[in-house]
Structures are given as structure tokens and as C-alpha cells.
Design a protein around this ligand. Structure first.
Ligand code: V47
Length: 375
């Protein structure tokens, strides 16, 4: 019987992706040109087969999910990116700021669901001081001392450091002292500066985003990484974005997972765009698995790609489906039609149906429960 590697060798013989498949089978790093060739190819099943091979070598058949809850402390934002429907100007009738008591109520609700992680991101509002965020972290910990708080993307950290007139390092240390466990991967968008100028002119540069993550990693804080795709970026921009992440991961090893985020255009300044296709979503996930050879985990955020595409993505290099979430505002404000909560049972069923082993993890990928043979 042929091994999987021999089958792949045979399948790719004479194909335009043969040299890439040979590199993948030899465990050799792919180049920028390889990445662009993959992005330009429409042989989705071939790309998926390679990504699935790498996934199996790296993490085996485990598929991860987490029992978590999202909290967005404010939607008032001084950045107002063109791709965002969540951020509101100061004075906007739909603008809100959660009081610490409202945060406490949300944490109490999450505690009833036994979550292991609270994920917190929000707008950039200079009237909210670093002290507010420190008190917010402490409030979460008062209600759930053991919970892991994954909070504040690099853009928020940089903003807090400016409003508090502290260095990034000092800001992170203060937040860590108050209970911050790790940083989510948001705010990366697309690193290319011309694209950034058009989609988020008021946001920190790609270099600064990477610098905040470098500092966090050096302080022992693990972080995630994202890429917002399906708007005005090119195939080259996507590949360059992935390679910058790979470079930083080589240096620090601090990234936990990579999550490509498909652009949702509704209620944004790009509302004339159509949004991504399932084809593109799978292709980007699979190419991320192939280019990011130093990342252990590739996550399909089911809320953004839909549970159906997320399930299929398990055959395209993905090993993580994110979490139960409970309440999601960022892409629902931009027209997402997925539910905001998916119970554990649904993760278990869709992972098992795909022939994988469901694993409930904590933020740092420690196993909380594995298997569910009996359910
Ligand atoms: O930074 C904003 C993106 C991000 C839209 O780290 C949009 O595990 C699509 O980063 N269409 C926030 N995307 C969410 C995020 C995230 C989500 C899940 C898991 C993790 C993780 C991180 O959402 C923003 C921005 O890049 N975003 N608007 C939109 N219209």
C-alpha cells in the first residue's frame, strides 16, 4: 500500500505545483514565489491535500476548540477604519461603554457556562484610561480567578501606552500584573502600508503591530496573529503578510495560532464589495498552513467563515475552530449571519463527523477534555 507521501508524490507528478509539493514532502520552507504561485492557483483540492498533509505531521488528528466568551468594553473608536462596522464615533447614538458592573455581569454569565477563557477587545477611546482597563481585568479575575484573560490587541496596547505615557513594555507589565494572560491577534489587517493607508489610515503601522507582539513575546506573553483578507489586498500582499509573521515567529516563537479573517463588507465603507467566497476562505487557510511552517495551529474562526466552511476546512490544514463565544459584535455589525454562540456539543459533532478527535483546550492549548467516545 502506498504511504500518504507516495500518494501525494504520484498525484502531483507533472502538475504545476509539483516543485512545491516536493518541498512540502521534504519539509523544506516555501518561498515568496511559492506562496504567490499557490495564491494564483485554482487547484484548491491540490493545495488542500498538501495543507492536510502538513497538518497531520504537525498536530495529528486532534481538532481543538475552546469554551470561551467575548466581551467588547466599548465600541467608541477614534480609529474608524474603513472596513469596520463596529467602531462608532464619540456621541453616536449606538456608542456604548460598559461599566465595570456590566462587565462583572457578563463574567458571571460566562462563569455559569464554565468558560476557560474571556476574550476582550474594543474600540480606541482616549477617555478610557489604562486604569479603567486594569480595573476591568481585576473585575474579571475577582469573579473568575482561574480564567485566562486573552485581551487587547496590539493596536489597543499601543493606544493605551500613548494615553498613559508609558512604554509598550511598561503598559504590558501593568496589564499582566492585573491578570492579562495573552494577546489576541486582531489589528494586523494587511501589513502592506499602501493598503493600510486605504483601509485603516489612522491605525498603527504593520511594523508597530509586529513590534508590540515582539515585546509581548519577550515578556513571556503568548499572542495570536490574524490577517484580514478579501477586500482590496493583492495575492502578493497576503503572502508578504504571512512571511512577516513567519519571520517574527522564527525570532520569538511566541505566536500560538494564526487566524485568517474574511472581510464582511455590510455597513462598512466598502459595502459595495461582495465578501469572500468559501473557495477563497479554504485557499487562504490552506496556504497559511503551508507558508507558516513554524506555527503549530491554524484556526478557522467559525463565526466569520461559517460553521459549514469551518468543518470543511479541517481537510484543508485547519486544526482549531475557536470557541463557543456567546456574544460577538464585530462581524455581526458587519452583516455576519452566523449565530453568536455554538455549544460544545456542536463542535464535538462536527469535528467527529470530519473524522478528527475533538479536544477542548485552554488558551495555551493544554487539553481540558479529549475524545467524547461515549457521546
Ligand atoms: O482586528 C473588523 C477584524 C478583528 C471586520 O486572536 C473584521 O484568537 C471581518 O481579531 N469583517 C477582531 N473582520 C477579531 C479578532 C479575533 C477574532 C477571533 C479570534 C481571535 C484570536 C481574534 O476583526 C479586527 C479586524 O481585523 N474585523 N471588522 C469586518 N467587517
Amino acid at each position: 500500500m502506498l504511504s500518504l507521501a507516495e500518494k501525494i508524490e504520484r498525484n502531483f507528478h507533472g502538475s504545476p505545483l509539483e516543485s512545491i509539493s516536493s518541498k512540502v514532502l521534504r519539509g523544506e520552507r516555501l518561498t515568496r514565489a511559492d506562496g504567490i504561485k499557490l495564491m494564483m492557483s485554482n487547484d484548491l483540492l491540490a493545495i488542500g491535500q498538501l495543507a492536510d498533509y502538513v497538518r497531520k505531521q504537525k498536530v495529528g488528528d486532534r481538532t481543538y476548540f475552546i469554551n470561551n466568551a467575548h466581551i467588547n468594553p466599548t465600541n467608541i473608536c477614534e480609529c474608524l477604519c474603513s472596513f469596520c462596522a463596529f467602531g462608532k464615533e464619540e456621541g453616536h447614538p449606538e456608542g456604548y461603554i460598559l461599566s465595570l458592573e456590566q462587565v462583572r455581569e457578563k463574567v458571571i454569565k460566562a462563569r455559569k457556562q464554565n468558560v476557560s477563557e474571556i476574550h476582550i477587545v474594543g474600540g480606541l477611546y482616549s477617555r478610557l484610561s489604562l486604569d479603567y482597563y486594569i480595573e476591568l481585568l481585576k473585575t474579571v479575575k475577582e469573579e473568575m480567578p482561574q480564567v485566562h484573560i486573552q485581551a487587547f490587541d496590539a493596536v489597543e496596547i499601543e493606544f493605551m501606552s500613548r494615553t498613559a505615557r508609558l512604554s509598550i513594555e511598561e503598559t504590558l507589565l501593568k496589564l499582566k500584573d492585573a491578570g492579562l494572560g495573552s494577546l489576541p491577534g486582531g489589528g494586523a489587517e494587511i501589513f502592506n502600508s499602501q493598503v493600510r493607508q486605504k483601509i485603516c489610515p489612522n491605525k498603527i503601522s504593520g511594523e508597530k503591530w509586529l513590534e508590540v507582539h515582539r515585546i509581548a513575546h519577550n515578556l513571556g506573553l503568548r499572542t495570536n496573529a490574524t490577517m484580514l483578507y478579501g477586500h482590496i489586498e493583492s495575492a502578493e500582499d497576503r503572502v508578504d503578510h504571512l512571511l512577516k509573521l513567519r519571520e517574527l515567529q522564527d525570532e520569538t516563537g511566541g505566536f500560538l495560532t494564526f487566524i485568517p479573517l474574511p472581510f464582511h463588507p455590510k455597513n462598512t465603507k466598502f459595502s459595495s464589495l461582495t465578501g469572500t467566497t468559501g473557495y477563497l476562505d479554504l485557499k487562504v487557510l490552506a496556504i497559511a498552513r503551508l507558508l507558516l511552517d513554524n506555527f503549530d495551529h491554524i484556526k478557522a474562526f467559525w463565526i466569520m467563515v461559517t460553521p459549514k466552511v469551518a468543518q470543511i476546512s479541517l481537510a484543508f490544514g485547519v486544526d482549531d475552530l475557536d470557541g463557543t463565544v456567546m456574544e460577538e459584535k464585530i462581524v455581526h455589525d458587519a452583516g455576519a449571519e452566523t449565530p453568536q454562540y455554538q455549544p460544545r456539543k456542536q463542535f464535538i459533532d462536527l469535528i467527529k463527523e470530519a473524522g478528527r478527535i475533538p479536544v477542548e483546550r485552554d488558551t495555551l492549548y493544554n487539553v481540558i477534555k479529549e475524545g467524547w467516545e461515549d457521546e
